[in-house]
Design a protein around this ligand. Structure first.
Ligand code: SAH
Ligand code: SF4
Length: 352
């Protein structure tokens, strides 16, 4: 397929014919196989705390939500999860939490990073998804062993960003954080929510070009799903989960076809809207999956949106279930490998 134009992308975002969409997804999967290989990589996701100092209007763990119990795993519990991931032969883990910018937290994360690296002789890859931080904090964590960072821009439209966040949250700051992460040497991931209230198809096309312009290595994007205790949910009267699911898959496919050699995750939110959501994501061009390895008792407290899946399974059950699903989709799993994005290697060698 020749380079996609904006107009063609808009056409695909409105396409409802299942057969035509199948063709697009097949092309995107073939593009993934050509540019990043046939394997799917697992990153064990540890959602270790739902304390958050931010108040994003769409998110269930925003600081003003008094309707949930707050929790934080201890260092020992996080290390236990990392060990389990290592033993299950996952190449990497992702540490994710609500946002905290204080020094105690920065030190807590740094210690954990060093301990995980030591415990696994440097073999377990570590991605962080800990929100906006000072460049010095990002540097400190990079030195301690983190090598990838996920920070979704949420939407590339500054006007829409403003509608989704209180006045003290800034699109420009978030963008500057992405630039700092790139400069420091992380493999940098970003992404957006798809099917947000007030979002247009033009905004979504703009998101894909934003990923390209920022020279992003990894994408983690998924459908927006309302959470009952949030101000955004209170503003919407119509929500169409199947339309958001369709848009989610089309966005994965178009991003794959335009950006080619990056890693793209099949988001858990896809699975919330369709039991086969993550396999379908792989068949539409994704090559990364983030199985939840958070201890089962805490999973229900880390609820960014309603109907979060896999609340009752343990880490090993999640592995078995996903393994079967990915094999059934005809893909191989890259056990024990970091599965870095070829785009990152290319970006690094171009910078020397
Ligand atoms: N606090 C960190 C990491 C946790 S939030 C951060 O904000 O970067 C991780 C992601 O969850 C966010 O980037 C957002 O895109 C997603 N998210 C939050 N609420 C959501 C919702 N209602 N539907 C879908 N995704 C949501
Ligand atoms: Fe906090 Fe992240 Fe949720 Fe915003 S999206 S409220 S920063 S956890």
């Amino acid at each position: 397929m020749a380079e996609l134009t904006r107009k063609e992308m808009l056409g695909w975002l409105s396409e409802k014919d299942p057969q035509k969409l199948e063709e697009l997804f097949r092309e995107a999967r073939a593009c993934a196989i050509r540019h990043v290989g046939p394997k799917v990589y697992f990153r064990g996701l540890i959602e270790f705390s739902n304390f958050c100092s931010k108040d994003c209007y769409y998110c269930g763990i925003r600081k003003s939500n008094r309707n949930l119990e707050r929790f934080s795993l201890t260092e020992a519990e996080i290390l236990e999860c990392a060990k389990a991931a290592y033993e299950m032969d996952y190449g990497s883990i992702v540490l994710q939490s609500g946002e905290r910018q204080d020094g105690v937290y920065a030190g807590f994360i740094e210690d954990i990073l060093r301990k995980i690296k030591k415990m696994t002789s440097g073999k377990l890859g570590i991605t962080l998804s800990l929100g906006e931080q000072a460049p010095e904090t990002y540097e400190r964590w990079f030195e301690a062993g983190a090598h990838r960072y996920l920070l979704r821009i949420e939407t590339s439209s500054p006007a829409l960003y403003q509608r989704l966040h209180p006045a003290d949250h800034s699109f420009e700051t978030r963008k500057r954080c992405l630039e700092a992460l790139c400069r420091i040497g992380y493999q940098v991931g970003t992404g957006v929510m798809i099917g947000l209230p007030f979002q247009t198809h033009e905004d979504l096309v703009g998101d894909i070009f934003f990923f390209k312009d920022q020279d992003i290595d990894m994408i983690g994007m998924g459908p927006y799903i309302p959470h009952a205790d949030t101000p955004l949910k209170a503003q919407i009267s119509d929500y169409d989960p199947s339309e958001n699911f369709r848009l989610g898959l089309v966005m994965v496919a178009l991003t794959r076809i335009l950006l080619k050699d990056i890693n793209i995750a099949a988001a858990t939110a896809l699975q919330t809207l369709d039991v086969q959501g993550r396999e379908k994501g792989v068949l539409a061009g994704a090559n990364v999956i983030m199985p939840n390895i958070t201890p089962t008792d805490y999973r229900k407290l880390y609820r960014l949106y309603d109907n979060k899946p896999c609340l009752d399974e343990n880490a090993r059950q999640c592995k078995n279930c996903l393994e079967q699903r990915i094999r059934a989709a005809g893909a191989k799993i890259g056990y024990g490998e970091w599965g870095d994005a070829p785009h990152f290697m290319r970006r690094k060698s171009a910078a020397v």
